[in-house]
Design a protein around this ligand. Sequence first.
Ligand code: SF4
Ligand code: SF4
Length: 320
Amino acid sequence: MDKNTEAALSGALRKQKYHLVGSHSAVKRCKWLYESIVNDRPCYKQKFYGIKSHRCIQMSPSLYYCTQQCLFCWRAQSGDLQVKWDEMKIPKIDTPEQIVEGCLKAQERILTGYKGNPKTNWRKYQEALMPKQVAISLTGEPSLYEPLGELIKIFHQKGLTTFLVSNGTLPSKLAKLTTEPTQLYISLCAPNEQTYKKVCRPEFPNAWIKLNETLGLLQSFHCPTALRMTLAKDHNMNNIADYARLVEKANPTYIEAKAYMHIGFSHLRLGFDNMPMHHEVRCFAEALADKTGYKIINEATESRVVLLSRLDRAIQINTD
Ligand code: SF4
Ligand code: SF4
């Protein structure tokens, strides 16, 4: 990536309140961190799994880099800002130690903004200064970062749990992870290859085959696994039977069916009307439950997300 491209991208992301860390990582304040500290409203993952929104760091080690260009993605993709770059390769690799330290400092900077807010819950604020959870999910494909297992290990050594979200196109990288995350998400946003190519727009030819390899590999993980389905109306909410076959192959602990949100750079690719309402997501989830034997075990209307599992209740993490 040349200097002009990097300047254009980093400028645009700073305006969107990204805190850049080193040369390819970032932390961004999640809306729910604010909502939890100021309005006592946690995110749906706290409701589902017990993680604490106010103690969560939302970060990515692969800010500008991904193997897909999903229509519903909020990241800046090559071409969006009249600049182009090779999205498949992180050119300069920062060490996991540098990234972890940089993320912890960035989170501290984010939290200083709460000191002047009279509505801040001080107990939560003090707890937030000692984060317990990292969502490695902000943007980009994290498995492009070669020492990802080491990064996860260092977060764990510092007492944080990790949720890793991958698009599953690099199964060999996931299979070689030296440390598993606390929970592994694989995005499954198309029922078949035809829709996958239209909606997820992979950057290499056999990505669908690779994603299917990852689905086959999912049961070899010891941690809880989740298939994340980001649903956009008129794009990927049909062919439930095909989705069900893929679920059967992966046999995940959970399925999260979630509405596309019209935010970030996704407004360049999709319209407001592509956001399904909660009842439409629920309808999709009910049909999937019917075909797979999974049960709806939780839901969050505001985030338009429905949780399915074979378990009666989700495994709770960070409940203290
Ligand atoms: S788990 Fe996700 S939604 Fe919840 S606070 Fe962390 S980054 Fe935000
Ligand atoms: S896989 Fe994730 S980061 Fe990559 S384009 Fe799709 S939504 Fe964006």
